[in-house]
Design a binder for this molecule. Structure first.
Ligand code: SF4
Ligand code: SF4
Length: 187
């Protein structure tokens, strides 16, 4: 088990407990971005509804004679990081777009931007989630504060490895004139 202890310093639960100052109060709080249910329990069901709005994995046709696929190891390595997510939703809880501005109706949050990145960057996937990321999923609301990355217990580089590449793809698709012209020509 890994816990966050100040800044981006990550230590085991035993390390954290051993370093607690027993002469000072220890504050344990529920997540604040989501409605409280009771004590430390918050209602995070919104997150599971959001997940269903993201286009699922759409693998291309198998390309090997035995009906399987071939992939490059470096392509697999790129998305493997995102699969470490344990859906603790700490990143969602600290994101100011959700927590402070309550923009839960046009922004999916860092957890699901990471989920979308894992699908978009998967070497077998044929889906196209870029228009939805721009129009319905609110990627433009993220201003790269990196608060989400700092709290991730799995040390996923949410902003650098998931959100920024997705933003680059969105900009290329919608704002780069050469890319837009090529897409108009090639369909
Ligand atoms: S980097 Fe973006 S997604 Fe992450 S906490 Fe900041 S605004 Fe939210
Ligand atoms: S903080 Fe990390 S592990 Fe937790 S939901 Fe976000 S990406 Fe997943």
């Amino acid at each position: 088990m890994r816990l966050l202890l100040g800044g981006d310093q990550r230590q085991t639960a035993a390390d954290v407990l051993n370093q607690l100052k027993l002469d000072e109060p220890v504050t344990v709080e529920p997540m604040r971005a989501f409605p409280p249910i009771r004590d430390l329990v918050s209602d995070v069901s919104w997150n599971f509804r959001v997940k269903t709005t993201i286009a699922p994995f759409a693998p291309r046709t198998p390309d090997a004679p035995d009906g399987t696929w071939r992939m490059q190891q470096h392509d697999i390595d790129r998305v493997q990081e995102f699969r470490k997510c344990i859906e603790c939703f700490l990143c969602q809880d600290v994101c100011h777009v959700i927590r402070d501005h309550q923009l839960t109706n046009g922004f999916i949050g860092p957890r699901f931007l990471t989920f979308a990145a894992a699908l978009e960057m998967h070497p077998l996937d044929t889906g196209d989630r870029i228009p939805a990321l721009r129009h319905e999923h609110g990627i433009g609301y993220c201003n790269i504060t990196k608060c989400c990355t700092k709290v991730c217990p799995e040390e996923i580089k949410i902003t650098d490895n998931a959100i920024i590449p997705l933003k680059e793809r969105t900009v290329d698709r919608f704002y780069d004139p050469v890319t837009r012209l090529l897409r108009m020509i090639t369909g």
